[in-house]
Design a protein around this ligand. Structure first.
Ligand SMILES: [Zn+2]
Length: 288
């Protein structure tokens, strides 16, 4: 019954699926008592659900073990009632009593940032929320769900109206002109630099335009990848007797020249200052 109510609510009120999931998460947190056996429920509660992992706080070690043991079944129950993909893993930690601050889910909108009062829900939306929560017997829960549904909906509508949208990778809100959040953009940039490094290790003489054929990246990303590669190989070059292979690798990275365009003599001249002997020579020259 719960699931049908939930979908009716969502179908009529939202276009996106984000809200559906947030709402279901909230329900799981508040309906934990009815998801697990009473023996578990009385000594545990759900703290949050992040990245499909549900964090449960258990009062005792025995409760923690029991939840661990029944995790597959609990996840199955949640899937049946609230939909799949919301919770795929359970993490249990021992903790004390439920704290007041834990009662507010972490995804509740930050107060003060959104002018909630100027952003009233339509009367049909309010009526729909009441209709959805009507069958809930627990008056406190009913009230809280109603409040939360309103807050989340207001936030969703406000954000949409003002051009905000979600980061495609992690779902956090983005400014209208942003394509991706800072963290995800940084992660992707590091991934590209890592790929550039792999490409350069195989083919140290590749130039920017040639790398573009294998993997599109920015000039800055290629320079960064090259710099990190060089840093690594220059570290290896600082030894008594570096191999010609290593010297060629460094020379190709530095110049972007192909193997056939270099000679042993050129390569040695170019790389000598970075070897141990070469550095000592330079050092002594300045010292003496
Ligand atoms: Zn993101």
């Amino acid at each position: 019954m719960m699931k049908d109510l939930g979908s009716a609510f969502l179908d009529s009120l939202t276009e996106g699926e984000e809200f559906a999931e947030e709402f279901q998460k909230y329900r799981i947190i508040y309906e934990w008592n009815s998801i697990v056996d009473a023996s578990i429920a009385k000594d545990s509660h759900v703290q949050k659900i992040d990245n499909q992992t549900m964090k449960v706080i258990a009062k005792y070690g025995t409760t923690m073990q029991e939840i661990h043991m029944r995790a597959p079944q609990i996840i199955q129950n949640i899937e049946k009632r609230y939909g799949s993909g919301i919770v795929t893993a359970i993490r249990v930690v021992i903790g004390g009593q439920k704290k007041k601050t834990e009662e507010a889910p972490s995804y509740a909108p930050e107060e003060g940032k959104i002018p909630m009062d100027q952003n009233r829900l339509s009367s049909s939306a309010v009526a729909k929320i009441s209709e959805i929560v009507a069958p809930i017997k627990d008056e406190k829960l009913k009230y809280e769900l109603e409040e939360l549904a309103e807050v989340i909906l207001k936030k969703e509508f406000y954000m949409k109206k003002n051009g905000y949208h979600r980061c495609p990778s992690c779902n956090t809100y983005l400014e209208p002109n942003e394509k991706e959040c800072f963290q995800c953009a940084h992660k992707r940039k590091r991934e590209r630099i890592g790929k550039v490094k792999e490409i350069l290790i195989d083919n140290p003489s590749l130039r920017f335009d040639e790398i573009q054929h294998i993997m599109p990246c920015t000039m800055q990303e290629m320079i960064e990848g090259k710099r990190e590669c060089l840093q690594y190989y220059l570290g290896q070059l600082y030894c008594d007797n570096p191999s010609m292979e290593l010297r060629y690798l460094v020379a190709m990275l530095m110049t972007g020249k192909k193997y056939s365009e270099l000679t042993d003599e050129k390569v040695i001249t170019m790389t000598d200052p970075y070897t141990k002997v070469g550095r000592e020579k330079v050092f002594n020259k300045y010292k003496g």
